[in-house]
Ligand binder design. Sequence first.
Ligand SMILES: Nc1ncnc2c1ncn2[C@@H]1O[C@H](COP(=O)(O)OP(=O)(O)OP(=O)(O)O)[C@@H](O)[C@H]1O
Ligand SMILES: [Mg+2]
Length: 374
Amino acid sequence: MNQRLFEKIDSIDIEDVTKSYGDFFAIKNLNLKIKGGELIALVGPSGSGKTTTLRLINKLIEPDNGTIKINDIDIKNLNPVKLRRNIGYVIQEIGLFPHMTVLENIGIISKLEGWSSDNVRKRVDEILNLFGLPAELYIKRYPKELSGGQQQRIGLARAIMVNPPLLLMDEPFGALDPILRRQLQEEFLKIKMELDKTIVFVTHDIDEAFKLGDRVAIMKDSQLVQVGEPDELILNPINKFVSDIVGSEKKFKHIDNLKVKDIMDPIESKYLFDSKMTANQAIQEMKNRNIEMGIILNKSNPLGIILFKELINLENKSQFIEEIYTKVVFLNANDCATSALLTLKNSNSFTALVTEKENLVGILLPNEVLLKLV
Ligand SMILES: Nc1ncnc2c1ncn2[C@@H]1O[C@H](COP(=O)(O)OP(=O)(O)OP(=O)(O)O)[C@@H](O)[C@H]1O
Ligand SMILES: [Mg+2]
């Protein structure tokens, strides 16, 4: 019932694969070796063939030419359903079933595989815990009762439910606003270690690719342009297309000229919270505003930040948030970016609020690539 074709992925070899629709090539002569245990990020403009590559790997579509081998076995000879038991797939639109609860959504594949209800529940608890979502609060909810970020996490939870050795993730954080996206990336980076899987991760966002990817594959017009580790791509882009995408100019040559305001995220009013709110009120507001981080203001003075995952775990939720906020580093918008990043790196706080003429103007969240450069 529960047999696996692969307990562990040693390699995926995509050799000279072409897929066309009529006269149009969705993928052209793709050659890509994916190493067991790595996270490889596929980056490229819309229509460049990223989703097609994932769909070829799990045999939702068949190539016209070429072969795909997993652990040296040509997947052409494998039964698609059996193959997919080894693969968790997070599709581009999350794809939760609206009429099913969180428990049913996450458990659907294990149920099909004949797991007992007890085992399903145990594993769902374990995974939700991994994402910092208390099971008792969430398992009975329907997707519409979840925030965007929570829905993304449930989509991911479903993909890892039966612990497949290979994960295909298609823009899993694509629909989120930039700040929430950064938070989910941080969270995912942490659990990536524990997951110990081979992951093919599609994204439009090069910073996300560099942050999460062991290697990054750049695609354009149905073809692979260059693949390598982030530093290799930044230092030795093979053409202007790659250097533009990886931002070699901005990230490298002119980093000394960048100011904090060039690398910060601007603040929107939905992130602002009055210091006299209670934790309970702030939790409710964060749900309403669909955010998981807030900035505490005393009148108009920023004090620090609050995080949803910390508020929800407080014993006494009637405390004012000014008593429990998290301290951050303060930077000036016109400070030099490199020295600001150094300050941030040395502070262990990894979040900075940015002011200009005493007004709060931005927030600086960790950026792996930039931190590597200082
Ligand atoms: N079933 C199909 N029939 C016809 N053309 C298709 C089909 N599926 C994909 N294509 C075309 O193949 C190309 C590659 O599509 P793909 O979905 O792989 O792009 P993508 O890189 O994932 O883009 P996006 O970033 O927008 O998701 C696109 O031009 C698309 O229109
Ligand atoms: Mg796509």
